[in-house]
Ligand binder design. Structure first.
Ligand code: AHM
Ligand code: MG
Length: 339
């Protein structure tokens, strides 16, 4: 062992060590411990996703969530994994997720803490049966109420103390922020630890990549249509450059790619969504808001087109919002087209 306490062999910084040592120490011991429980939940979900059919977890559950979406078996199992891993730690007062109609209070037999967590346990779950990328998204905020209700979760994104996502793809990666930048950790399956592999992630300011489901093109409102038309016009159009498009169908995968390579991710509102009374598809409290926190901490922007996502005061637990996030210059351009 060297005098600084580091061995010659082990240069890897684990998530636990990083939380304790780095500026994430801004994260209290309580938050650090909660993050470790989140990491455990993500490892368990990663294992289930990796084993897929062998674990008997693929396919539909035969039920719908409160938003009328078909649930996959793994949606429900992942939700249970999160509750199992987090409810007894003494750090939380309540939990809310995409898969639960209303909030889940911490049972009386467990200690309660000052934090609330919202999560999408398995985002992009329609990718599961085709072995595509999926993820988990989470957001942590505080509450003064030891007996929280749904209304306790209605806080703007600026009140988040931590947000992160776990991407289950060719590698499992946990990316998180506690408001001091963004760090990425890769799961080392040989030892079962998340290891710091992508410290201080920043998003490139400019790019030639965009991500939007073009199947909805005929429904888009004019600012989004104009923006995408200009990208598609390529080097002979107003942007005088060729652009590339990717759509994984899982927000975690698409946003992770944009965060890594730069670009713009959009799930805007459109005429069809508006006609059915929805202002977007993605949910504010456990999809848009945590991803917006990460994006801003990485030097990017996140907007609805007319409003900073982090500033939205939620009106309901499962509220939907339009999402436009990524490299600063691109998001600013789309926002300017919204006038
Ligand atoms: P989910 O949380 O039910 O999986 O839905 C959210 C997902 C996002 O991950 C993704 O960006 C979007 O839905 C894809 O929607 P679409 O199938 O309309 O392209
Ligand atoms: Mg989702």
């Amino acid at each position: 062992m060297r005098p600084d306490g580091n061995s010659i062999m082990n240069q890897q910084v684990t998530l636990t060590r990083h939380i304790i040592e780095s500026e994430h120490a801004n994260a209290s011991a309580e938050l650090g411990s909660l993050l470790n429980d989140v990491a455990t939940a993500c490892k368990k979900i990663s294992n289930l996703v990796n084993r897929g059919a062998m674990a008997g977890v693929l396919g539909a559950a035969g039920s719908e969530n409160i938003q009328g979406e078909d649930q996959k078996k793994l949606d429900i199992i992942s939700n249970d994994v999160f509750i199992d891993c987090l409810q007894w730690g003494g750090h939380l007062a309540g939990m809310a997720s995409e898969e639960m109609d209303s909030m889940y209070p911490i049972p009386e037999n467990f200690a309660r803490g000052k934090y609330l967590i919202t999560f999408d346990p398995l985002d992009g779950s329609s990718n599961i049966d085709v072995n595509g990328a999926v993820g988990t998204i989470f957001s942590v905020m505080e509450t003064a109420d030891p007996n929280p209700a749904d209304s306790s979760f209605l806080q703007p994104g600026t009140r988040q103390v931590c947000a992160g996502y776990c991407l289950y793809s060719s590698a499992t990666m946990l990316v998180l922020t506690t408001g001091q930048g963004v760090d990425g950790f890769t799961l080392d399956n040989s030892v079962g630890e998340f290891v710091l592999t992508h410290p201080a992630i920043t998003i490139p300011k400019t790019t030639n990549e965009f991500s939007i489901n073009a199947a909805y093109q005929r429904h888009w409102f004019s600012p989004v249509k104009r923006y995408v038309d200009e990208l598609l016009a390529g080097s002979t159009g107003p942007r005088k450059a060729d652009f590339n498009m990717r759509w994984a169908g899982a927000m975690v995968g698409d946003v992770h790619r944009i965060l890594s390579r730069g670009g713009i991710f959009m799930y805007p509102s459109d005429e069809k969504l508006a006609a059915s009374g929805k202002s977007g598809k993605l949910r504010l409290l456990y999809e848009a808001s945590p991803m917006a926190f990460i994006m801003e901490q990485a030097g990017g922007l996140a907007s609805t087109g007319t409003e900073r996502i982090m500033d939205i005061m939620p009106a309901e637990l499962h509220q939907r919002v339009p999402v436009i996030m990524g490299s600063t210059e691109e998001v600013e351009r789309v926002v300017s087209y919204h006038g």
